[in-house]
Design a protein around this ligand. Structure first.
Ligand SMILES: N[C@@H](CCC(=O)N[C@@H](CS)C(=O)NCC(=O)O)C(=O)O
Length: 211
């Protein structure tokens, strides 16, 4: 299998964490988002959304969307299972994962920020205000209230919620979003980053990493 990846992509980072937790050997193919490689015809033929990540299976089938890819990996390699079997726990874990992946992350995506700058004429301070507002209010500040006693988001084992949280906090730091209102999430993040699988998936540890 091949993962179309970019070291700084938080959606791809989610998949890298899942791969590392499950101990899978998957080749990484970097797609340089800052240089626009996601919009090249050869990549669009694989992922018509022009987004990273995408997972190419050995028979050439392409899977898109990080959470769909992680669900597939959970079915393929269920140890550890990232979405618990128990329906109530699964719904809670998905609630946090989807809050991050559907309601927070898309608003700080590259193409959205480019649109704010290039089409709506926002300067850096306007774009920063947008990023910080949507990351925190009704975003990570709500997630702070949804997580349960740790050390992970939902107890003693990592789940899809942690897999989504750690990359979103990485993105928040990259955008200099103030995080002091999120003590529980920062404690979960510290615990995750001490785990070898989370550490191996960190952007700075990837072969395509740049300063
Ligand atoms: N919902 C998608 C989001 C994918 C996504 O937005 N990826 C970003 C990087 S984190 C991307 O490729 N951005 C390129 C762009 O906006 O042009 C997923 O979970 O896979």
């Amino acid at each position: 299998m091949k993962l179309y990846d970019y070291f700084r992509s938080s959606a791809a980072y989610r998949v890298r964490i899942a791969i590392e937790l499950k101990g899978l050997a998957i080749q990484r193919i970097p797609v340089h988002l800052a240089r626009g490689e996601q919009r090249r015809a050869d990549y669009l033929a694989k992922n018509p959304q022009g987004l990273a990540p995408a997972l190419e299976l050995d028979d050439g089938t392409i899977l898109t969307q990080s959470l769909a890819i992680i669900d597939y990996l959970d079915a393929l390699a269920p140890h550890p299972l990232l979405t618990p079997k128990d329906p109530l726990r699964a719904a809670k874990v998905r609630g946090v994962a989807l809050a991050i992946a559907c309601d927070i992350h898309p608003l700080n995506n590259r193409r959205v920020l480019d649109y704010l700058r290039e089409r709506l004429g926002q300067d850096d301070s306007g774009v920063d205000a947008w990023i910080h507002h949507w990351a925190l209010q009704g975003g990570l500040e709500a997630v702070e209230r949804l997580v349960e006693p740790g050390p992970f988001c939902f107890g003693a084992q990592p789940t899809l919620a942690d897999v989504c949280l750690v990359p979103q906090l990485f993105a928040a730091r990259r955008f200099s979003t103030p995080l002091e209102t999120l003590p529980k999430l920062l404690a979960v993040e510290a615990h995750c980053l001490a785990h070898p699988a989370f550490a191996a998936a960190e952007p700075s540890r990837q072969a395509d990493a740049e300063p």
